[in-house]
Design a protein around this ligand. Sequence first.
Ligand SMILES: Cc1ncc(C[n+]2csc(CCOP(=O)(O)OP(=O)(O)O)c2C)c(N)n1
Ligand code: SF4
Ligand SMILES: [Mg+2]
Length: 317
Amino acid sequence: MNETLTETPIRAGNLAAVATPPPPATDERKGLTKKEIAADHPTWCPGCGDFSVLALYFKLIEKRKMWHEKITTIAGIGCSSRFPYFVQAHGAHYIHGRALPFASGISLSRPDLHVFVFGGDGDAFSIGGNHFTHTARKNIKMTYCVMDNWVYGLTKKQTSPTSPLGFKSKTDQWGAVDYPINPMKQAIAAGATFVARTTSTNPNHVLAMMEAAMDHDGFSFIECLSECVEFYEGAFDAANPRKGGAFNEIPKNHDVSDELEAYKLAGADFPGFFGIFYKNNKATKNARESEIQRGMMEKVKGLKDWQILQKNFDRMK
Ligand SMILES: Cc1ncc(C[n+]2csc(CCOP(=O)(O)OP(=O)(O)O)c2C)c(N)n1
Ligand code: SF4
Ligand SMILES: [Mg+2]
Protein backbone atom coordinates (compact mmCIF):
# COMPACT_ATOMS: atom_id res chain seq x y z
CA MET A 1 0.00 0.00 0.00
CA ASN A 2 2.75 2.47 0.96
CA GLU A 3 4.65 1.88 -2.27
CA THR A 4 1.64 3.00 -4.29
CA LEU A 5 1.17 6.03 -2.10
CA THR A 6 4.75 7.24 -2.53
CA GLU A 7 4.22 7.26 -6.28
CA THR A 8 1.04 9.35 -5.91
CA PRO A 9 1.53 13.14 -6.05
CA ILE A 10 0.45 14.63 -2.72
CA ARG A 11 -2.44 17.06 -3.05
CA ALA A 12 -4.83 18.36 -0.42
CA GLY A 13 -7.39 15.70 -1.36
CA ASN A 14 -5.19 12.68 -0.63
CA LEU A 15 -3.31 13.86 2.47
CA ALA A 16 -5.66 11.88 4.65
CA ALA A 17 -4.76 8.75 2.72
CA VAL A 18 -1.05 9.41 3.18
CA ALA A 19 -1.56 9.89 6.91
CA THR A 20 -3.39 6.54 7.29
CA PRO A 21 -1.14 4.19 9.25
CA PRO A 22 -0.25 0.87 7.61
CA PRO A 23 -2.30 -2.16 8.75
CA PRO A 24 -0.91 -3.61 11.97
CA ALA A 25 1.20 -6.77 11.84
CA THR A 26 -1.14 -9.72 11.41
CA ASP A 27 -0.87 -11.01 14.98
CA GLU A 28 -2.07 -7.63 16.33
CA ARG A 29 -5.17 -7.58 14.13
CA LYS A 30 -8.58 -8.29 15.54
CA GLY A 31 -10.52 -11.22 14.11
CA LEU A 32 -13.27 -10.38 11.62
CA THR A 33 -16.85 -10.06 12.80
CA LYS A 34 -19.75 -11.77 11.04
CA LYS A 35 -20.78 -8.38 9.65
CA GLU A 36 -17.39 -8.04 8.00
CA ILE A 37 -17.51 -11.52 6.44
CA ALA A 38 -21.12 -11.69 5.26
CA ALA A 39 -21.68 -10.43 1.72
CA ASP A 40 -24.98 -10.76 -0.14
CA HIS A 41 -28.16 -11.96 1.50
CA PRO A 42 -28.32 -15.72 0.75
CA THR A 43 -30.89 -16.58 -1.91
CA TRP A 44 -31.65 -20.08 -0.61
CA CYS A 45 -35.22 -21.19 0.19
CA PRO A 46 -36.25 -20.52 3.80
CA GLY A 47 -35.33 -23.60 5.85
CA CYS A 48 -32.62 -24.88 3.47
CA GLY A 49 -29.86 -26.67 5.37
CA ASP A 50 -27.21 -24.66 3.54
CA PHE A 51 -27.89 -21.61 5.75
CA SER A 52 -26.50 -23.46 8.73
CA VAL A 53 -23.29 -24.44 6.88
CA LEU A 54 -22.71 -20.82 5.85
CA ALA A 55 -23.32 -19.56 9.40
CA LEU A 56 -20.78 -22.07 10.71
CA TYR A 57 -18.23 -21.08 8.09
CA PHE A 58 -18.59 -17.48 9.35
CA LYS A 59 -18.10 -18.77 12.89
CA LEU A 60 -14.98 -20.65 11.83
CA ILE A 61 -13.53 -17.52 10.23
CA GLU A 62 -14.33 -15.47 13.35
CA LYS A 63 -13.06 -18.07 15.77
CA ARG A 64 -9.84 -18.86 13.94
CA LYS A 65 -9.11 -15.21 13.20
CA MET A 66 -8.77 -15.50 9.47
CA TRP A 67 -8.65 -12.32 7.44
CA HIS A 68 -10.26 -11.49 4.12
CA GLU A 69 -7.06 -11.62 2.13
CA LYS A 70 -6.14 -15.07 3.49
CA ILE A 71 -9.42 -16.85 2.73
CA THR A 72 -10.55 -18.17 -0.59
CA THR A 73 -13.94 -19.82 -1.08
CA ILE A 74 -14.44 -21.79 -4.28
CA ALA A 75 -17.51 -23.60 -5.61
CA GLY A 76 -18.94 -25.17 -8.75
CA ILE A 77 -22.60 -24.78 -9.73
CA GLY A 78 -25.72 -25.65 -7.74
CA CYS A 79 -27.74 -24.13 -4.90
CA SER A 80 -24.99 -25.05 -2.43
CA SER A 81 -22.35 -23.77 -4.83
CA ARG A 82 -23.78 -20.25 -4.54
CA PHE A 83 -21.83 -20.18 -1.29
CA PRO A 84 -18.96 -17.86 -2.36
CA TYR A 85 -21.45 -15.12 -3.31
CA PHE A 86 -22.39 -14.82 0.32
CA VAL A 87 -18.86 -14.57 1.71
CA GLN A 88 -17.01 -11.26 1.77
CA ALA A 89 -13.62 -12.60 0.72
CA HIS A 90 -11.87 -13.81 -2.40
CA GLY A 91 -13.63 -16.68 -4.10
CA ALA A 92 -15.14 -18.02 -7.28
CA HIS A 93 -18.43 -19.54 -8.36
CA TYR A 94 -16.78 -21.66 -11.03
CA ILE A 95 -17.84 -24.20 -13.69
CA HIS A 96 -20.18 -27.09 -12.71
CA GLY A 97 -18.02 -29.90 -11.29
CA ARG A 98 -14.74 -28.04 -11.83
CA ALA A 99 -14.30 -26.37 -8.46
CA LEU A 100 -11.56 -28.76 -7.36
CA PRO A 101 -9.11 -28.28 -10.27
CA PHE A 102 -9.59 -24.52 -9.95
CA ALA A 103 -8.95 -24.70 -6.21
CA SER A 104 -5.93 -26.97 -6.81
CA GLY A 105 -4.22 -24.23 -8.82
CA ILE A 106 -4.82 -21.75 -6.03
CA SER A 107 -3.60 -24.13 -3.36
CA LEU A 108 -0.41 -25.01 -5.23
CA SER A 109 0.47 -21.44 -6.12
CA ARG A 110 -0.59 -19.66 -2.90
CA PRO A 111 0.45 -21.71 0.13
CA ASP A 112 -0.39 -18.75 2.39
CA LEU A 113 -4.14 -19.04 1.70
CA HIS A 114 -6.79 -21.16 3.37
CA VAL A 115 -8.53 -22.83 0.44
CA PHE A 116 -12.13 -23.89 1.11
CA VAL A 117 -14.38 -25.51 -1.48
CA PHE A 118 -18.14 -25.89 -1.00
CA GLY A 119 -20.63 -27.59 -3.29
CA GLY A 120 -23.32 -30.18 -3.77
CA ASP A 121 -23.53 -33.93 -4.26
CA GLY A 122 -24.20 -33.55 -8.00
CA ASP A 123 -21.31 -31.16 -8.43
CA ALA A 124 -18.95 -33.41 -6.46
CA PHE A 125 -19.90 -36.90 -7.57
CA SER A 126 -21.63 -36.62 -10.97
CA ILE A 127 -20.02 -34.11 -13.26
CA GLY A 128 -17.13 -33.55 -10.83
CA GLY A 129 -16.61 -37.23 -10.01
CA ASN A 130 -13.32 -37.59 -11.78
CA HIS A 131 -11.91 -34.38 -10.28
CA PHE A 132 -12.87 -35.59 -6.83
CA THR A 133 -10.90 -38.80 -7.32
CA HIS A 134 -7.80 -37.10 -8.66
CA THR A 135 -7.70 -34.25 -6.16
CA ALA A 136 -8.00 -36.79 -3.37
CA ARG A 137 -5.27 -39.09 -4.68
CA LYS A 138 -2.90 -36.14 -5.21
CA ASN A 139 -3.52 -35.00 -1.64
CA ILE A 140 -3.69 -31.32 -2.51
CA LYS A 141 -4.10 -29.14 0.55
CA MET A 142 -7.62 -27.73 0.81
CA THR A 143 -10.87 -28.33 2.65
CA TYR A 144 -13.78 -29.63 0.60
CA CYS A 145 -17.23 -29.57 2.17
CA VAL A 146 -19.95 -31.30 0.16
CA MET A 147 -23.42 -30.19 1.22
CA ASP A 148 -25.20 -33.43 0.45
CA ASN A 149 -28.99 -33.15 0.01
CA TRP A 150 -29.39 -36.35 -2.05
CA VAL A 151 -30.85 -34.41 -4.99
CA TYR A 152 -30.11 -31.80 -7.66
CA GLY A 153 -31.72 -28.79 -6.01
CA LEU A 154 -30.91 -25.95 -8.39
CA THR A 155 -32.26 -27.75 -11.44
CA LYS A 156 -35.42 -28.72 -9.52
CA LYS A 157 -35.28 -32.32 -8.50
CA GLN A 158 -33.26 -34.75 -10.56
CA THR A 159 -31.75 -37.93 -9.13
CA SER A 160 -28.22 -37.37 -7.80
CA PRO A 161 -25.47 -39.96 -7.22
CA THR A 162 -26.38 -40.01 -3.51
CA SER A 163 -30.18 -40.32 -3.97
CA PRO A 164 -31.36 -43.57 -2.39
CA LEU A 165 -32.98 -46.35 -4.40
CA GLY A 166 -36.64 -45.63 -5.01
CA PHE A 167 -36.35 -41.83 -4.81
CA LYS A 168 -38.93 -40.33 -7.18
CA SER A 169 -37.56 -37.44 -9.19
CA LYS A 170 -37.96 -35.80 -12.57
CA THR A 171 -35.36 -38.18 -14.00
CA ASP A 172 -36.72 -41.28 -12.19
CA GLN A 173 -40.47 -40.90 -12.13
CA TRP A 174 -40.94 -44.48 -11.00
CA GLY A 175 -38.18 -44.25 -8.40
CA ALA A 176 -34.36 -44.30 -8.64
CA VAL A 177 -33.01 -47.62 -9.88
CA ASP A 178 -29.26 -46.95 -9.57
CA TYR A 179 -27.33 -47.78 -6.41
CA PRO A 180 -26.17 -44.61 -4.65
CA ILE A 181 -22.54 -43.96 -3.93
CA ASN A 182 -21.30 -43.79 -0.36
CA PRO A 183 -19.29 -40.54 -0.05
CA MET A 184 -17.18 -41.82 2.88
CA LYS A 185 -16.18 -45.01 1.06
CA GLN A 186 -15.59 -43.07 -2.15
CA ALA A 187 -13.28 -40.59 -0.41
CA ILE A 188 -11.32 -43.23 1.53
CA ALA A 189 -10.85 -45.39 -1.56
CA ALA A 190 -9.76 -42.38 -3.64
CA GLY A 191 -6.96 -41.61 -1.17
CA ALA A 192 -8.34 -38.60 0.72
CA THR A 193 -6.24 -38.09 3.85
CA PHE A 194 -9.04 -36.63 6.01
CA VAL A 195 -12.57 -37.97 5.71
CA ALA A 196 -15.41 -36.82 7.95
CA ARG A 197 -19.20 -36.72 8.05
CA THR A 198 -21.53 -34.30 9.77
CA THR A 199 -25.03 -32.85 9.47
CA SER A 200 -26.19 -29.26 9.28
CA THR A 201 -28.69 -29.83 12.09
CA ASN A 202 -25.84 -30.26 14.58
CA PRO A 203 -24.01 -26.89 14.48
CA ASN A 204 -21.37 -27.69 17.13
CA HIS A 205 -20.41 -30.83 15.26
CA VAL A 206 -20.21 -29.05 11.89
CA LEU A 207 -17.87 -26.44 13.39
CA ALA A 208 -15.71 -29.11 15.04
CA MET A 209 -15.38 -30.97 11.72
CA MET A 210 -14.55 -27.76 9.85
CA GLU A 211 -11.85 -26.88 12.37
CA ALA A 212 -10.29 -30.32 12.27
CA ALA A 213 -10.41 -30.33 8.46
CA MET A 214 -8.81 -26.92 8.22
CA ASP A 215 -6.00 -27.97 10.54
CA HIS A 216 -5.26 -31.05 8.44
CA ASP A 217 -2.27 -30.70 6.12
CA GLY A 218 -3.74 -32.33 3.03
CA PHE A 219 -7.00 -32.89 1.16
CA SER A 220 -9.69 -32.80 3.82
CA PHE A 221 -13.17 -33.89 2.85
CA ILE A 222 -16.39 -33.38 4.80
CA GLU A 223 -19.78 -34.71 3.80
CA CYS A 224 -22.35 -32.47 5.47
CA LEU A 225 -25.97 -33.61 5.22
CA SER A 226 -27.93 -30.49 4.33
CA GLU A 227 -31.64 -30.86 3.71
CA CYS A 228 -33.31 -29.53 0.55
CA VAL A 229 -36.67 -28.55 2.04
CA GLU A 230 -38.07 -27.87 -1.41
CA PHE A 231 -37.28 -31.12 -3.26
CA TYR A 232 -36.35 -33.67 -0.58
CA GLU A 233 -38.07 -32.69 2.61
CA GLY A 234 -37.41 -34.93 5.59
CA ALA A 235 -34.55 -36.81 3.88
CA PHE A 236 -32.40 -36.68 7.01
CA ASP A 237 -34.98 -36.87 9.79
CA ALA A 238 -33.57 -40.25 10.81
CA ALA A 239 -30.28 -38.48 11.63
CA ASN A 240 -31.91 -35.72 13.65
CA PRO A 241 -32.82 -36.40 17.29
CA ARG A 242 -35.24 -33.44 17.21
CA LYS A 243 -37.23 -35.34 14.56
CA GLY A 244 -37.05 -38.65 16.39
CA GLY A 245 -33.82 -39.78 14.70
CA ALA A 246 -30.38 -40.69 16.02
CA PHE A 247 -27.10 -38.82 15.83
CA ASN A 248 -24.46 -41.47 16.47
CA GLU A 249 -20.90 -40.28 16.82
CA ILE A 250 -18.06 -42.51 15.67
CA PRO A 251 -17.04 -44.76 18.58
CA LYS A 252 -14.40 -43.07 20.77
CA ASN A 253 -12.03 -46.03 20.40
CA HIS A 254 -11.99 -45.87 16.59
CA ASP A 255 -8.44 -45.60 15.27
CA VAL A 256 -8.68 -42.96 12.53
CA SER A 257 -5.55 -44.28 10.83
CA ASP A 258 -7.21 -47.68 10.31
CA GLU A 259 -8.46 -47.54 6.73
CA LEU A 260 -10.30 -50.86 6.81
CA GLU A 261 -12.10 -50.04 10.04
CA ALA A 262 -13.09 -46.65 8.61
CA TYR A 263 -14.47 -48.40 5.56
CA LYS A 264 -16.51 -50.73 7.75
CA LEU A 265 -17.96 -47.81 9.75
CA ALA A 266 -18.85 -46.09 6.47
CA GLY A 267 -20.94 -49.12 5.52
CA ALA A 268 -23.42 -48.72 8.40
CA ASP A 269 -27.04 -48.23 7.33
CA PHE A 270 -28.42 -44.70 7.37
CA PRO A 271 -28.16 -42.60 9.52
CA GLY A 272 -24.78 -44.26 10.12
CA PHE A 273 -22.01 -42.50 12.06
CA PHE A 274 -20.81 -38.91 12.31
CA GLY A 275 -17.28 -37.71 12.97
CA ILE A 276 -13.80 -38.32 11.56
CA PHE A 277 -13.68 -41.70 9.81
CA TYR A 278 -10.15 -41.57 8.47
CA LYS A 279 -7.01 -39.47 8.68
CA ASN A 280 -3.39 -39.93 7.68
CA ASN A 281 -0.44 -37.62 7.37
CA LYS A 282 1.19 -38.52 4.09
CA ALA A 283 2.98 -35.72 2.22
CA THR A 284 0.88 -33.33 0.16
CA LYS A 285 1.40 -32.59 -3.52
CA ASN A 286 2.13 -29.04 -2.35
CA ALA A 287 5.10 -30.27 -0.32
CA ARG A 288 6.34 -32.70 -2.96
CA GLU A 289 6.25 -30.09 -5.71
CA SER A 290 7.92 -27.39 -3.67
CA GLU A 291 10.71 -29.86 -2.93
CA ILE A 292 11.28 -30.29 -6.70
CA GLN A 293 11.18 -26.52 -7.16
CA ARG A 294 13.72 -25.99 -4.38
CA GLY A 295 16.06 -28.50 -6.05
CA MET A 296 15.66 -26.83 -9.43
CA MET A 297 16.30 -23.35 -8.03
CA GLU A 298 19.46 -24.66 -6.40
CA LYS A 299 20.69 -25.94 -9.78
CA VAL A 300 20.14 -22.61 -11.54
CA LYS A 301 21.45 -20.44 -8.72
CA GLY A 302 23.24 -17.34 -10.02
CA LEU A 303 21.86 -17.66 -13.56
CA LYS A 304 19.80 -14.91 -15.15
CA ASP A 305 16.21 -15.64 -16.24
CA TRP A 306 17.16 -15.76 -19.94
CA GLN A 307 19.98 -18.20 -19.18
CA ILE A 308 17.55 -20.52 -17.38
CA LEU A 309 15.22 -20.30 -20.36
CA GLN A 310 18.09 -21.02 -22.76
CA LYS A 311 19.09 -24.07 -20.70
CA ASN A 312 15.53 -25.39 -20.96
CA PHE A 313 15.44 -24.88 -24.72
CA ASP A 314 18.83 -26.56 -25.09
CA ARG A 315 17.54 -29.57 -23.18
CA MET A 316 14.64 -29.91 -25.65
CA LYS A 317 16.87 -30.03 -28.74
C1 LIG B 1 -21.96 -28.44 -17.66
C2 LIG B 1 -23.26 -28.31 -16.94
N1 LIG B 1 -24.12 -29.35 -16.90
C3 LIG B 1 -25.27 -29.26 -16.25
C4 LIG B 1 -25.61 -28.08 -15.61
C5 LIG B 1 -26.94 -27.99 -14.91
N2 LIG B 1 -26.80 -28.09 -13.46
C6 LIG B 1 -26.61 -27.00 -12.72
S1 LIG B 1 -26.51 -27.33 -11.08
C7 LIG B 1 -26.76 -29.00 -11.38
C8 LIG B 1 -26.81 -30.00 -10.27
C9 LIG B 1 -26.74 -29.40 -8.92
O1 LIG B 1 -26.87 -30.37 -7.96
P1 LIG B 1 -25.96 -30.38 -6.67
O2 LIG B 1 -24.54 -30.28 -7.03
O3 LIG B 1 -26.35 -31.56 -5.87
O4 LIG B 1 -26.31 -28.99 -5.95
P2 LIG B 1 -27.61 -28.54 -5.17
O5 LIG B 1 -28.34 -27.61 -6.10
O6 LIG B 1 -28.42 -29.74 -4.83
O7 LIG B 1 -27.08 -27.85 -3.96
C10 LIG B 1 -26.88 -29.25 -12.74
C11 LIG B 1 -27.10 -30.58 -13.33
C12 LIG B 1 -24.68 -27.02 -15.65
N3 LIG B 1 -24.90 -25.87 -15.04
N4 LIG B 1 -23.52 -27.15 -16.31
S1 SF4 C 1 -34.02 -25.80 -3.84
FE1 SF4 C 1 -33.39 -27.02 -2.09
S2 SF4 C 1 -31.14 -26.91 -2.05
FE2 SF4 C 1 -31.92 -25.22 -3.35
S3 SF4 C 1 -32.09 -23.48 -1.96
FE3 SF4 C 1 -34.08 -24.47 -2.04
S4 SF4 C 1 -34.07 -25.88 -0.29
FE4 SF4 C 1 -31.95 -25.32 -0.69
MG1 LIG D 1 -27.61 -31.66 -4.24
